[in-house]
Design a protein around this ligand. Structure first.
Ligand code: SAH
Ligand code: SF4
Ligand code: F3S
Length: 445
């Protein structure tokens, strides 16, 4: 067997793609290694959402290029969103790369590897995007797993890919193409396989899960009927695509967790308009209110961008106030980064100076901390179900860490490894990023 190392950057979609690539490669003579230095094949699965992530990819691949001088047989693959976007131009920038693999051609890996092993340089970054996510099970033997899932309690299952929204700052429609959905039968089969392997949580993935063309509510119902006990999550939701039916379904189904990730991006209606987001601050607020009314204890998280072109101090303050007013439980944050091909990248005269952008980002992060702590404090003294994800020793103490249904991280002291178990605990105190729990209610330890 040869050894492959894949470095994964970016979102959960990329992590899921990596698991699929490893699954395919395992049937073509490659086992995964955690040490890049001993690999025969090095692959980088890149993200182009911000300049910083792209720069990181080039710096890492540069190190790999140097290694190739000592190990001429080493093969290097450049994959993912940056590959899709830059295609064969990458050979000019990084001539030591053996193959370039875009986001739509993962299923071609077996053929690509054969060509690369015979000394060819290969670039597969097709623009056409059919069939959707076809790599599952490609080339595998009977009964063998198609996906080398990361060993944890959670299994990611993509349900749709791509985006038709074209927010003016975002590169994803160019790296992932137009929206297309996977058939429910395939998704259910993958979920059954994951459950058979012992996974306790299924997270349905998509750039806009509520645009799932076969209907997200129906899919949730089918999945909810599966056994044994497990949890269901779905990310990411586009605010105005969340239907009343979806909220009611999520509220009703016992396996669907009380958790919505709904990026707002800005608290200012005027900025949202320039971002080409199809909602106002008020409409976003109404959606949150509706969810909170129907789903008790729901966690609502968001993404915000600081320093979008033309954003005034007042408009930025609207973002800070929205987080507080809507009691958002957590948010990812980023300073605006101009991206090739996107509309806003052309508005150079409106660009916000770097120091102002970083200043706003720091204030945004302070607000996230405040909101997160306030949200966590609501649960002190409460009994909550935790699914344990890992067991480890910290400062001489044995700790189990897991998540509640509403996605709060909980640390519990105990000498027993409870990974993969559902435990009911009592929350004893709240920190900014996690909760502590010490009392077991259903377990004597
Ligand atoms: N589909 C999701 C988001 C996917 S991209 C949605 O519609 O909300 C993940 C996040 O990256 C975005 O929510 C946004 O906050 C951030 N992001 C995207 N493009 C960016 C850019 N050019 N600069 C800074 N942050 C960006
Ligand atoms: Fe990007 Fe907007 Fe599509 Fe989200 S909805 S992936 S932010 S273009
Ligand atoms: Fe990045 Fe591509 Fe995901 S650009 S955020 S890895 S879809």
């Amino acid at each position: 067997m040869k050894k492959v190392f894949i470095e994964t950057m970016g979102c959960q979609m990329n992590k899921s793609d990596t698991e699929r690539m490893l699954g395919i490669l395992s049937h073509f003579g490659y086992n995964e290694t955690a040490d890049w230095k001993e690999a025969d094949l090095l692959m980088i699965n890149t993200c182009s959402i911000r300049q910083l992530s792209e720069d990181k990819a080039f710096s890492m691949i540069g190190t790999w290029g140097k290694k190739k001088k000592e190990q001429p047989g080493l093969k290097i693959g450049f994959c993912g969103c940056v590959a899709q976007q830059k295609s064969k131009d990458l050979f000019k920038r990084a001539p030591y790369v053996d193959f370039i693999l875009g986001t739509h051609d993962i299923y071609k890996l077996p053929e690509i590897i054969k060509r690369v092993e015979s000394g060819e340089k290969v670039c597969e970054c097709s623009e056409d995007i059919t069939p959707p996510l076809p790599c599952v099970g490609e080339g595998r033997g009977e009964g063998e797993p198609a996906i080398n899932r990361t060993k944890s309690v959670n299994a990611w299952i993509p349900i749709m890919e791509g985006c038709n929204n074209f927010c003016t700052y975002c590169i994803v429609p160019y790296t992932r193409g137009r929206e297309r959905s996977r058939a429910p039968e395939i998704i259910i089969k993958e979920a059954q396989e994951a459950l058979k392997q012992g996974f306790k949580e299924i997270t349905l993935l998509g750039q806009n899960v509520d645009s799932y063309s076969y209907g997200l509510s129906g899919l949730l119902r089918s999945l909810n009927a599966l056994e044994p006990k497990f949890r269901i999550r779905f990310v990411t939701s586009y605010p105005t695509d969340i239907t009343d039916e979806l909220i009611r379904t999520a509220a009703e189904l016992d396996k669907v967790c009380e958790y919505f990730h709904i990026p707002m991006q800005s608290g200012s209606t005027e900025v949202l308009r320039k971002m080409n987001r199809r909602y106002t601050r008020e409409q976003y607020a109404q959606i949150c209110a509706k969810i909170r009314k129907l789903v008790p204890d729901v966690t609502i998280t968001s993404d915000f961008i600081a320093g979008f072109p033309g954003e005034t101090e007042e408009q930025f303050l609207e973002t800070l106030s929205a987080m507080e007013e809507l009691e958002l439980d957590y948010s990812n944050t980023a300073a605006y980064s101009p991206r090739e091909k996107t509309v806003a990248a052309k508005w150079t005269d409106l660009f916000i100076p770097e120091d102002v952008k970083t200043g706003r980002l720091a204030r945004l992060n302070e607000q996230v901390k405040k909101c997160c702590l306030a949200s966590n404090k609501k649960y002190v003294g409460r009994e909550m179900e935790v699914l344990i994800e890992k067991f480890y020793i910290h400062k001489g103490k044995n700790i189990n860490t897991g998540r509640t249904r509403n996605n709060k991280i909980v640390h519990i002291r105990s000498d027993k490894d409870l990974t993969g178990q559902f435990i009911t605990v009592k929350i004893t105190n709240a920190r900014t990023w996690y909760l502590n729990a010490e009392t077991y209610l259903n377990l004597k330890l």
